[in-house]
Design a protein around this ligand. Structure first.
Ligand code: SER
Length: 318
């Protein structure tokens, strides 16, 4: 039963470790971090190990030590960080995935989860309601590694019968962890500015839209995907996963409706080109048909939840 979560201190890992512990028990989930130190509360919540996932032998030792049965492999450099350091993104994103897949086969693990991203799409991909199977010509190193990783997962499923499952996460919005390095970060930063009663300058223009999702929906999708019977899983690359699509201007207007006096403007930087290369919305019909995917959060609910959560978090800090 024991599960390993790599990247456990990151944006997805913080929530996913908690969600898995709620479902399977605290001691059944081994959180693995590397550079970012976990908070005292995170350390107290269950088993924690420090390992660089590029070190195959260290991963191997962890799997043996805890008699691991499934791995949620979240370690990654996101799109913005990947453009600052493409070589590191290649190494961190792909060498660690190869280790995890090889060790999963070797130790006959029951399951592997690995997140892909809307970053596998590129400027030649249909922009609206992007199909599950479509043109995949990413223009970021992050997207290149996610696309290669999807194909590697597919190969291991076919060749070795490994039960590896994946989701193309949209931009994920949460108040619990701010890890940085992503192009969708403006949809988190805006809430911090609003709560601190500061002006917010978007690093993308007003018309920018991309698929977005509140973190709780992403957690529900991940747990539901992993709990589905194996014969329901018809996609072994990675599932499209949709929830929300709004422009930067629509998001700012929704925040201003709740925070009177909130102001913003736009100063696009290198991340504008990344955002422009991604779709506005995706068709997730296959995920809905195969394992019953349906999101819960709409934009007004997301805005209210993010404002309340961000206020609580910043208040608790200060
Ligand atoms: N949130 C990610 C990023 O912006 C997209 O997968 O890099």
């Amino acid at each position: 039963m024991p599960l390993l979560v790599t990247g456990a201190v990151g944006q997805v890992g913080t929530d996913l470790t908690a969600a898995l512990r709620a479902r399977h028990g605290a001691d059944a989930v081994i959180a693995v971090g590397h550079r970012t130190p976990p908070s005292a509360a995170f350390r107290a919540a269950g088993p924690y190990e420090t390992v660089d996932a590029r070190d195959r032998d260290a991963l191997d030792r962890l799997i043996r030590k805890h008699r691991i049965d499934a791995i949620y492999h979240l370690v990654t450099l996101l799109s913005g960080a990947g453009e600052q350091n493409p070589d590191l993104a290649w190494d961190v994103n792909l060498s660690t995935l190869k280790h995890v897949l090889d060790l999963a086969v070797h130790h006959k693990l029951a399951q592997v989860f690995w997140p892909s991203s809307i970053a596998v799409f590129g400027p030649t991909t249909p922009r609206l309601n992007t199909p599950q199977r479509t043109i995949l010509e990413p223009t970021t190193m992050y997207g290149v590694t996610k696309l290669a990783g999807e194909n590697l997962c597919h190969y291991y499923a076919l060749r070795y019968g490994l039960d590896v499952r994946s989701l193309r996460y949209p931009g994920l919005i949460t108040y619990k962890t701010f890890s940085g390095g992503g192009t969708s970060d403006y949809a988190v930063e805006i809430f911090i500015a609003a709560i601190e009663r500061k002006h917010y300058t978007f690093f993308v223009n007003a018309q920018t839209a991309m698929p977005m999702m509140y973190m709780d929906d992403a957690m529900k999708a991940t747990l539901d995907l992993m709990a589905a019977p194996a014969d329901h899983i018809t996609v072994r690359t990675s599932y499209n996963l949709g929830a929300l699509s709004f422009t930067a201007a629509e998001l700012a207007t929704a925040v201003a409706r709740r925070v009177p006096g909130f102001t913003w403007d736009h100063a696009p930087d290198f991340r504008q080109a990344i955002a422009d290369s991604w779709p506005d919305s995706v068709d997730d019909g296959q995920a809905r048909a195969d394992w019953g995917w349906a999101p819960d959060y709409d934009l007004p609910t997301l805005v209210d939840t993010m404002l309340a959560g961000t206020a609580k978090r910043l208040g608790a800090k200060g």
